[in-house]
Design a protein around this ligand. Sequence first.
Ligand code: DQA
Length: 152
Amino acid sequence: MKKILVINGPNINMLGIREPGVYGSVTLADIEKELSSLAKELKIEIEFFQSNHEGEIVEKIQQSLKKVDGIIINPAAFTHTSVAIRDALAAVNIPAIEVHISNVYSREEFRHKSFTAGVCIGQIAGLGIDGYLFALKKLSALLSAAKLSSTH
Ligand code: DQA
């Protein structure tokens, strides 16, 4: 069974409370529940990780080597700042898709730059919770068609 790791960065644990005008009322638990049921349908093993700490995210990505077949990552604010997370993704070379709940390109200019998207297969932004589900469907299709292989 293929395994996909879903990483959420800082303040994603505050969804539901945090800026509902931007992020809606959906919580991280709702996202994980929907992803879990889709993963079951797709016969994919799924693991969730959320951290507010850059180094913990770097370590989680490093530990995924040889254990995970695909990564869905919303690096949140670290998207716009973190060379370290980008380098970790590049180092493990596990196929990854970047997701943003909001349309970062219609927001402040500092959100228009992603350090991490360039080492991902692609990026989904502005589609809310569906972005995670589309990313899971895409990774699952690519992995089962064996169109993608990581270094392990
Ligand atoms: C976000 C967008 C980021 O700019 C922001 O810092 C977040 C959430 C999103 O999912 O829309 O925390 O990644």
